[in-house]
Ligand binder design. Structure first.
Ligand code: CP
Length: 311
């Protein structure tokens, strides 16, 4: 049987992704009293070694919506401070009988390292690792795009999508790219200063632009990325005011995309840095719709994980 971990979308097929999108879509349209209750004596364990609002809270809500119990580990009060390793900490939680772990960690390879140390029946769900993967964010991004464009019967194949900002350090951009490719998207624009274009992006087959005006032409979907101000001045030769002047999504820039284009952002947003407030709160923004769909995507992911323990 295939391992039920969700550590990356790199090994997910279009059918597997579409299946999760379909389940999330049906949850989002069903009345709450028709959501399935697992009735399974399994606790979903959330272990976040990095800060999170959206991902952690939506996983917790998703588990509760399915009738599962949740153990939200307070990492900052844990025995990590006494020198315990993160892997030992999770092995101890496993020894208490926990089998579903939702993990956020700063190391790109943490889930793979952990897999070597956990029981085969334990399930690892990646809630964001390093700069490499954030699979459930990408799934909710795909759900948002699919729900928006299904009304006009536009498929991923025909959409032009721009990803703007620090793609070099973005796990969201990498997971979005994997999902978009497998779903058939042929036209992905990356818009960023050259300092943000790492080798993997140069080799990705995406069209790369340093100009917002050129990169946004005829775009259907704009995915903004958060810019960490401290990184701008420390690691690249670009000051924050120059970045904001050239790459902030303002109403003027938005007008270069299609008038029907949607604006996405995984959050947290930095108002007035990568995105103007008028755009973040504007009619084309689907940022809070993404957050809402995040609960349903995580319900779909957890329902699949919990179902393993049903028999
Ligand atoms: N998009 C996202 O991962 O947000 P959080 O860091 O708040 O979970």
């Amino acid at each position: 049987m295939k391992n039920q971990d969700l550590t990356s979308l790199s090994n997910y097929s279009a059918a597997e992704i579409k299946n999760l999108l379909q389940t999330a879509d049906s949850f989002s349209k069903a009345p709450k009293n028709l959501w399935p209750k697992t009735g399974i004596n399994q606790v979903v364990c959330l272990v976040f070694f990095e800060a999170s609002t959206r991902t952690r809270c939506s996983f917790e809500l998703a588990a509760k919506n399915l009738g599962a119990d949740v153990l939200n580990v307070e990492v900052s009060y844990s025995s990590l401070s006494k020198g315990e390793s993160p892997e030992d900490m999770i092995k101890n939680l496993e020894a208490m009988g926990l089998r579903i772990f939702v993990i956020r960690h700063s190391d790109d390879h943490f889930c793979e390292t952990l897999r070597q140390q956990l029981l085969p029946e334990s399930i690892i769900i990646n809630a964001g690792t390093g700069v490499s993967d954030h699979p459930t964010q990408a799934l909710l991004d795909m759900a948002t795009i699919q729900q928006h464009f299904s009304a006009s019967s536009q498929s991923f194949e025909h959409l032009k999508i721009a990803i703007i900002g620090d793609v070099k350090r973005s796990r969201v951009a990498r997971s979005d790219f994997q999902a978009l490719k497998v779903l058939g998207c042929k036209n992905i624009h990356i818009i960023a200063p050259s300092e943000f274009i790492s080798k993997d992006w140069q080799e990705s087959g995406c069209s790369i632009y340093s100009s917002m005006q050129e990169g946004l032409q005829d775009v259907d979907v704009i995915i903004m990325l958060r810019i960490q101000m401290e990184r701008l001045e420390k690691s690249i030769k670009l000051d924050s005011s120059t970045y904001t002047e050239k790459y902030q999504l303002t109403p003027k820039c938005l007008a270069w995309a299609k008038s029907s284009a949607i604006v996405m952002h995984p959050g947290p947003i930095n108002r007035g840095v990568e995105i103007a407030s008028d755009v973040a709160d504007g009619a084309q923004s689907v940022i809070l719709k993404q957050v809402a769909l995040g609960v349903f995507i995580r319900m779909a992911v957890l329902e699949k994980a919990l179902s393993v323990f049903a028999s």
